[in-house]
Write a protein that binds this ligand. Structure first.
Ligand code: SGN
Ligand code: CA
Length: 560
């Protein structure tokens, strides 16, 4: 233990009521409250975790968490996008209550959050990595956050208010900072650390050591990769997140040689609005040009030797693209782009998995592993080619669902799985509860302690459905506003604002959500029940008038 302590700056040691101090984890008698580490990635979906049965990538260290802890099969977010999900997690409240409905908001940091509750109770607290809430973190002894979306190479952080650029690869750097924080904590008091990765967020740039690792792998395709959206509504047809059409060759697929970069830097290409060109074409050309600039900026953060290895790794891909460009069919392009997307996404996941392993090993070495509640999750799921898409936002399974693993051998049975409908708003009350503190009455989620301490069984009075509401439209990827409910077997969705369309899915029969049975007379009763369930949930959480214009959308923050 070094003597630098993060706990010098006027930290309050709340006089804990005796019962609260004694109640930790599941038992009533443990003397020391557990440490808490929330490992959160950005856009890491369960389809890319081997413990969830993925055929895409092996994640041995995440699998270890599942093997030694509990895997939640049904954890859902209440709004599948970064800032909003992060605000829900911090507050234990839905977006319409915590105020952060879309990525252009500024989080009101004066409100109650679980790190503040833990800090008040004597926890040493830290926030390291992607924050994405547009206001400074509060309630932390130490914080070191990426700026906006963050960068993969030589990332810029704001650390307790000061800018610091740290050389290296973002997932490694965040882990170094996390280990450093732990090593500088006082041993006699617990810590709570938010260890929040940028990876595997777009544009999926792998670490140097992972360049080319999947060159020879052919990834299995999802059954709906070539979806034509016939069974879906206008929201699915009018989005802008198709692998075939909306993935940029340079930014997303790294199809830009060093010579092309030099050429671009010499003379900037792109259409300008001459007055007679089609407006959509002009917008697309300008968006494309911005994406190229964004790629060059990301590329230029690498050192010369890193660039050299990068160029070498992507040269064969660029050559392949040159051969197909203008000749391949739409279907061939989708399938080829999907393969490149998976190579990069899964290589980035390798960086996450290795670093999770490094952190676990460190905790083991200092004797803190079993004293620590370790949670692994993501801010939401992600499409990996399902419906032909990347990105998230929709209330469809791939992104409404988020992974959730919890390891804490003192209370959680190794290798257990839970089917309970869990939510990201449950995390805050769970941490407070597991720390033996009283859950603030205004947190809307429900503590998962009963599930965790009871081998994953669903309590009899558990929720019957999870409520969802997405607001960010018009915006990136053009996913229309919608709200709805998912029960164990069905899903009801209402798209609103510039449309008025309902969808109902029978998840037992059609887990891929391509067959909308809303108007099928055979489902009249289910439709009725799902509407009733949704109304109950809306009343409970206070989203009584979901189409209300109270939220002005998309105020236009510079980096979303
Ligand atoms: C960026 C990405 C989008 C992504 C949003 C939100 N574009 O704007 O593809 O949907 O972030 O993601 S990019 O060209 O900058 O990569 S979120 O996870 O942070 O909400
Ligand atoms: Ca995200």
């Amino acid at each position: 233990m070094k003597n630098k302590s993060y706990l010098t700056q006027g930290m309050r040691y709340a006089a804990l009521p005796l019962t609260a101090a004694a109640l930790t984890g599941c038992a009533d008698t443990q003397p020391k409250r557990p440490n808490i580490i929330i490992m959160m990635t950005d856009d890491h979906t369960a389809q890319a975790m081997s413990c969830y049965g993925s055929g895409l990538v092996e994640t041995p260290n995440l699998d270890r968490l599942a093997r030694e802890g509990m895997l939640f099969e049904n954890c859902y977010v209440s709004n599948a996008i970064s800032g909003p999900s992060r605000a829900c997690i911090l507050t234990g409240k839905y977006s319409h209550v915590n105020g952060f409905t879309d990525n252009s908001r500024t989080f009101d940091g004066d409100q109650q959050t679980f790190p503040k509750v833990l800090h008040e109770a004597g926890y040493q607290t830290a926030m390291i990595g992607k924050w994405h809430l547009n206001s400074d973190p509060q309630g932390f002894d130490f914080w070191s956050i990426l700026v906006g979306q963050g960068e993969y190479y030589s990332p810029l952080f704001i650390e307790n208010g000061k800018e610091v650029t740290t050389p290296g690869y973002v997932t490694d750097v965040i882990t170094d900072k996390a280990i450093d924080f732990i090593d500088n904590c006082d041993k006699d008091r617990p810590f709570a650390m938010l260890y929040y990765h940028k990876a595997p967020h777009r544009n999926w740039m792998p670490a140097q050591r992972h360049l080319g690792i999947f060159d020879d792998k052919v990834f299995p395709e999802p059954v709906s990769l070539l979806d034509n959206y016939e069974g879906l509504g206008s929201a699915a047809r009018e989005q802008a997140m198709e692998i075939g059409r909306d993935m940029w060759p340079e930014w997303d697929l790294k199809l830009m040689s060093p010579e092309a970069i030099a050429r671009f830097e010499r003379e900037e290409q792109g259409l300008t609005d001459s007055g007679d060109a089609n407006k959509d074409d002009v917008k697309r050309a300008n968006d494309h040009k911005s994406s190229i600039k964004q790629y060059i900026a990301a590329y230029n953060r690498m050192t010369d030797s890193e660039k050299e290895a990068w160029d070498k790794a992507f040269a064969p891909r660029i050559a392949e693209w040159e051969q197909m460009k203008g000749k391949a069919s739409r279907e061939e392009i989708i399938r080829w782009k999907y393969q490149q997307y998976m190579k990069d996404y899964c290589a980035v996941i390798k960086g996450v998995d290795e670093n999770v392993g490094r952190l676990l090993k460190h905790l083991e070495e200092i004797g803190e592993l079993d004293n620590t509640i370790i949670v692994y999750t993501s801010d939401q799921g992600f499409f990996l080619g399902e419906h032909g898409w990347f990105d998230k936002r929709f209330m469809y399974e791939e992104c409404q669902r988020t992974p959730l693993l919890v390891r804490y051998p003192k209370a959680v049975k190794a290798g257990s799985r839970s089917k309970a409908l869990a939510m990201n708003i449950d995390f805050a009350p769970t941490f407070v509860d597991m720390a033996g503190l009283e859950i603030p009455a205004d947190m809307q989620g429900r503590s998962l302690k009963e599930v965790l301490c009871n081998e994953g069984k669903t309590p009899a009075d558990w929720r019957k459905g999870v409520y969802y509401h997405y607001y960010e439209y018009p915006s990136w990827h053009m996913v229309k506003r919608h709200y709805g409910v998912r029960s164990n077997d069905f899903k009801l969705i209402h798209f609103y604002n510039d449309v008025d369309e309902w969808e109902l899915y029978d998840l037992r029969k059609h887990p891929v959500e391509q067959v909308n049975v809303y108007d099928d007379p055979a489902y009249a009763q289910i439709r009725h029940q799902m509407h009733a369930l949704m109304e109950v949930l809306q009343q409970e959480c206070g989203d009584n008038d979901p189409q209300e214009k109270k939220f002005e959308f998309f105020k236009g923050a510079a980096t979303l």
